[in-house]
Design a binder for this molecule. Structure first.
Ligand code: OKS
Ligand code: ZN
Length: 345
């Protein structure tokens, strides 16, 4: 399968995030993509750089003021004063219930809170550069389907599925899967299904498409009562307005084993088949792996072969976009297994 990578992924390299009250090295770091690229190359895949500019598509899924903030955020941070290049900005205040989010404050940290769902998406000098190139790579993968490819894979970071219409969160800035889905919609696909198999609910993707009937969102994830992102991803969220019925959440308890997980995948595939999509976008999180340090499902490395085979069985032109997965040394093999399971099925 044709494979795209993000040649600028390494420019997004924040040092620390907050985890259980401590500042710890970022789980979401450049070595993740390096492992995936090494495994792909070792198995004979050629890594293509992005060849599509997703700017027009981005404007359809993200708010203009959010995109403007993200593109200029690091420069704004630097302009606060001497030494800011050696410090990471974090939000410390958020416009929750009763507070106003319609007026963008002048204060940089207040703006950062306005455009964040958590303090878990540290910015770095290259964040915009890396996120934009990654979204371009996702659009490039989508473009190959229109050109007749059966499937395309996009190896990228930072991930995207927590990024909503006007906010970052959970290591995500631009919603790569939503970019791929919107690109397909704009280039001939009347209906697109997004299947999110990351351990964490793709709240950003759900919210972007929640009131739309042209994009079905289906997600299998850790129950938000105990798992991040906590405030979205329940089974009762089925879509709104024109999009009523076009959202399916399949939350599973932490600790779920492969047998139960694959039973949920059957439900997901049945819903996608009933929707009548012209193309499929897979938010391919590999943090469902039993060795993942921050997630609690129990899929083994060989289960990713089975996942790839089942995804091919959906029978649609398919874009796979990398999301989470933090057992970095196993990430490459797990990703390649999905691709090879797909190709060999
Ligand atoms: C605590 C860590 C929050 C978990 C973020 C989950 C990221 C992920 N600051 N999403 O799919 O893998
Ligand atoms: Zn995840």
């Amino acid at each position: 399968m044709i494979t795209f990578h993000n040649p600028l992924q390494h420019t997004h390299a924040p040092e620390h995030e907050f985890f259980r009250g401590e500042r710890v090295p970022c789980f979401e770091n450049p070595t993740r993509a390096a492992y995936v690229e090494a495994a792909l190359t070792a198995r004979g895949h050629v890594l293509h750089p992005p060849d599509v500019d997703c700017t027009e598509v981005l404007a359809k899924i993200h708010a203009p003021r959010y995109l403007a903030f993200l593109a200029s955020a690091w420069q704004q941070w630097l302009s606060l004063g001497e030494g800011q290049d050696r410090v990471q900005p974090f939000p410390s205040v958020w416009p929750v219930r009763t507070l106003r989010s319609d007026i963008e404050p002048d204060n940089f940290i207040a703006k950062l809170g306005l455009y964040s769902m958590d303090n878990g998406s540290p910015l770095a000098a290259g964040t915009w550069t890396a996120a934009k190139a990654g979204a371009d790579a996702a659009a490039s993968a989508a473009a190959r389907l229109a050109a007749g490819e059966r499937a395309a894979f996009c190896s990228t970071r930072p991930p995207g599925h927590h990024a909503g219409p006007d906010f970052m969160g959970g290591y995500c800035f631009l919603n790569n899967a939503a970019v791929a889905a919107q690109w397909l919609r704009d280039h001939g696909a009347a209906r697109v299904a997004v299947l999110d198999v990351d351990y964490h609910h793709g709240n950003g993707t759900q919210s972007i498409f929640y009131d739309r009937a042209d994009v079905l969102f289906v997600s299998i994830h850790g129950d938000p009562r105990t798992e991040y992102p906590f405030y979205l991803g329940h089974a009762g969220e089925t879509g709104a307005g024109l999009g009523a019925g076009c959202n399916l959440n399949l939350p599973l308890p932490a600790g779920t084993d492969a047998a139960t997980w694959f039973a949920a995948l059957e439900q997901a595939c049945a819903r996608i088949a009933a929707f009548g999509a012209d193309a499929l976008v897979v938010s391919l999180g590999l943090d469902t792996y039993e060795g993942d340090p921050i997630s609690r499902f129990r899929l083994a490395t060989t289960d990713f072969l089975r996942l790839g085979a089942r995804l091919r069985g959906v029978g649609l032109p398919t874009v796979l976009v990398l999301e989470g997965g933090y057992a970095a040394a196993a990430l490459g093999t797990n990703a390649v297994n999905v691709l090879e399971g797909f190709e060999q099925a």
